[in-house]
Design a binder for this molecule. Structure first.
Ligand code: ATP
Length: 312
């Protein structure tokens, strides 16, 4: 089958509950082979949007195409092509891993054996679902979502409540999907997860897209500062501080004991480095701090609050 691109095309999706709009004219494309993450505030409409993409909810207006098909009207054709992660209560406790896989895999059991091995569950076939750890359950949900080699995988809060090592296991499973070229749409609150896994993130608030791009693009647009710290050069500290203050992009230079802290635009990293090198100093303790996606999202949400307040 030739995979249509975009794999997911959402245009003007609007959905409300009890007269309150929770997804508001949403446009979203997910291209073939991309891992795209929906991020944003609680109640932003992320889950509702992916539920519409999965055909679990009917949009009020707008159009959705998944692999060129309508998720509601063509649900039966899409079922074997789209793998969706179950919710944590999605399987009965007494169901064994092997039985769950047989239930979901239909005729293609070979596929199932390979997936169980790949996600480290080959030896767990006889375990009841209720006895498995959180990480094992999430990996089983991934196995079930991947049966029949879906063209698109949809994951919602994949690692919620998992311990750090279980999170890493599940991340590595998603990275394997990405390497295999599977298209993935995921919803997450874990922004380190979004940074580690997603090629592109879409930041939502109040049913709308605030911004979209690679995690690095969002950081550059909404939290573009940097801080450089190092031990002060010996001799004439005031002159050194004054020289640092004159460097392009520097907004603030402070002293904390023997440490100097240079703060400003991203360019201060390069300019401070060049300044040190031209003075023959390459400090061992030089540290650079740049904001992460979480800081960028908080800044973006904060700015959008001002916009909303300003507009009111
Ligand atoms: P979170 O990050 O908190 O999971 P989200 O971005 O996934 O949120 P949704 O779960 O889509 O957001 O919810 C959007 C809004 O719609 C919320 O205010 C929520 O309370 C409301 N909502 C969701 N499902 C229903 C429903 N079945 N009936 C009524 N309201 C709902």
């Amino acid at each position: 089958m030739k995979i249509p691109d975009p794999v997911v095309a959402v245009r003007g999706l609007t959905k409300s509950y009890g007269g309150r709009i929770v997804v508001d004219h949403l446009d979203l494309d997910v291209h073939a082979g991309e891992v795209v993450g929906l991020i944003g505030a609680n109640g932003a409409g992320k889950t509702t949007a992916v539920e519409c993409v999965q055909g679990l909810r009917r949009p009020e207006s707008g159009t959705i195409e998944v692999l060129g098909l309508d998720p509601v009207r063509d649900a039966a054709r899409l079922r074997p092509l789209v793998g969706s992660q179950l919710q944590s209560s999605g399987l009965p406790d007494r169901l064994r891993v092997g039985e769950a896989v047989e239930l979901f895999s239909g005729r293609r059991a070979k596929d199932a054996d390979l997936l169980l091995e790949r996600f480290g569950l080959g030896h767990r076939r006889r375990y009841a679902f209720g006895t498995m750890s959180g990480g094992e359950r999430q990996r089983l949900f991934l196995v079930l979502a991947l049966l029949n080699q879906p063209r698109l995988v949809i994951l919602d809060e994949l690692t919620q409540g998992l311990d750090p090592s279980a999170r890493r296991e599940v991340w590595s499973a998603v990275s394997q999907l990405r390497e295999a070229g599977t298209t993935v749409l995921l919803v997450t609150h874990e922004l380190d997860e979004a940074e580690a896994l997603c090629e592109r993130v879409v930041a939502m608030r109040a049913g709308r897209v605030l911004d979209a791009g690679t995690p690095a693009e969002l950081v550059a647009r909404h939290a573009s500062w940097a801080t450089v710290r190092f031990a002060l050069p010996s001799g004439r500290p005031d002159e050194a501080l004054a020289a640092l203050r004159r460097l392009p992009g520097v907004s603030d230079v402070t002293r904390h004991g023997d440490q100097v802290v240079v703060h400003g635009a991203r360019a201060v990293i390069a300019h401070t480095g060049a300044w040190l090198v031209t003075r023959g100093r390459v400090p061992d303790d030089l540290r650079v701090e740049v904001p992460d996606l979480e800081t960028a999202l908080l800044a973006l949400l904060d700015a959008s609050t001002h916009d909303l307040t300003g507009a009111a």
